[in-house]
Design a protein around this ligand. Structure first.
Ligand code: HEM
Length: 402
């Protein structure tokens, strides 16, 4: 075995890579449960790839046959239901992890110098994931898929100048049909997916260049011992690899519970209207997006004018990109910034309230929630440069705390 290891290492820098990224990669010793999210996201992406590949072996992207082929996977293919539910529920659970992962970054100021690029690449992955989820959403060609495809491509159509041409390109013609499904499948399973995979690779390389942040927001690299290693760091392997295996066990238990006991999550993970075939003659009274896209949809509806709504929605999506430069506080972690901590809590409550409103029919009684929510969401980012400059901060300790 040792000989094989030597043979291999002369031809491929396996040991150097292991040393650099695992055994001699020092991570802060005060990671909490929120630091499981990165490795769990990696696991989930790999699972989506495998289950997606298996689904493709039976899926047919042609008009009504698309719907029938998915029903065939559910009812006539051995273990087909399991593979499909793993793939469908996997999407919602990935977004649960993404929101925890992003929220963690905001709580501990992980977007601040020197991690700006890491944040930007991460947030780009999030936007790409929204696109990937939408492409997949249309593929089963249930009635909701059809009308969701209509709504999103009509938003594309409303973009200035390039909109109409882009919408035809996206649909593969004037309407949603076989040409749309074929190009959505090609994008979903090949191009878009691999762009996400490449972005994840860059995300992790960027992380290893600067090192992980931690709940205290202290740079462990600035305090090294006589051996040249950070005094508050521990080797990623074996310490965190073993810890991550525990996290994977807990997470897979949750995943299994969802699939076996509540695979549609009462219509939240898989809507009822996806169980009837696409029908251009039967429009749905209220087409709402899946829960993880609903906050942005609620903001789109907050302004009754279509162009204004689209502008607000795009603004809401892009604002987090600028977080590293909007935050001016000398302190990173919200542990030592009570005002910022309260702001994040308010932002989180607002975001999930908007997700709930986005799922409701477009009635006047929700206008206040939609507008108030949008104002708080946008206000968080626009006021941060001012508030972060004067907010009182607590003393940050020299060493990481437990
Ligand atoms: C599928 C998508 C993603 C994957 C697979 C992924 C993977 C990872 C991994 C493995 C880590 C190190 C472990 C950890 O800190 O949990 C990490 C850290 C990080 N990620 Fe991601 N990530 C993804 C999406 C995102 C997004 C959407 C953002 C931000 C908008 C983001 C921002 C960060 C930041 C700031 C860190 C460093 C956190 C710290 O050190 O405190 N990531 N990511």
């Amino acid at each position: 075995m040792a000989n094989f290891g030597d043979w291999l290492n002369k031809r491929f820098p396996l040991r150097e890579l292991m040393r650099e990224h695992l055994t001699e990669y020092f991570a802060p010793k005060n990671f909490n449960f929120l630091y499981y999210t990165g490795s769990l996201l990696l696991l989930m992406i790999v699972m989506q790839f495998i289950t997606g590949f298996l689904l493709m072996a039976h899926y047919v992207p042609t008009g009504p046959e698309a719907f029938n082929s998915v029903q065939g996977i559910m009812y006539d293919t051995r273990w087909g239901w399991l593979i499909r539910y793993m793939h469908v529920d996997g999407v919602s659970l990935i977004f649960v992890l993404l929101y925890l992962h992003i929220g963690r970054g905001m709580l501990y100021g992980s977007y601040r110098k020197p991690r700006e690029l890491l944040w930007i690449v991460g947030y780009t992955i999030y936007i790409l994931m929204m696109g990937e989820a939408f492409l997949g959403y249309v593929l089963p060609f249930g009635n909701l898929s059809y009308w969701a495809g209509q709504v999103i491509t009509s938003i594309i159509q409303a973009l200035p100048a390039v909109g109409p041409a882009l919408a035809v390109l996206a649909r593969g013609g004037a309407g949603i049909g076989t040409a749309t499904l074929e190009r959505f499948l090609a994008l979903h399973a090949v191009l878009w997916f691999w762009i996400i995979a490449a972005a994840i690779f860059i995300h992790i390389l960027a992380l290893h260049q600067v090192g992980s942040n931690n709940p205290d927001g202290i740079e462990i690299k600035e305090n090294k011992g006589a051996d040249g290693h950070p005094v508050d760091g521990i080797p990623f392997h074996p310490y965190y690899t073993v810890k991550d295996i525990f996290g994977v066990g807990v997470w897979l238990t949750i995943f299994a519970a969802v699939i076996f006991y509540a695979p549609t999550m009462h219509g939240v993970f898989l809507e009822r209207t996806t169980f009837s075939p696409a029908n251009p003659m039967v429009s749905l009274p209220d087409v709402t997006p899946p829960w993880y896209l609903a906050p942005f949809y609620a903001m789109l509806r907050a302004i009754p004018n279509k162009d204004g709504g689209i502008f607000l929605m795009i603004l809401a999506v892009v604002l987090p990109f600028f977080l590293p430069w909007l935050d001016r506080s000398p302190v990173k972690s919200s542990r030592y910034r009570p005002v910022y901590r309260a702001m994040i809590l308010l932002l989180a409550v607002t975001f999930f309230t908007l997700a709930w409103v986005g799922e409701q029919p477009p009635l006047p009684k929700y206008f206040l929630l939609e507008r108030g929510g949008a104002a708080i969401y946008v206000g968080f980012y626009l006021l941060l440069p001012i508030i972060s400059r004067w907010e009182p901060t607590r003393k940050v300790p020299e060493r990481v705390t437990s």
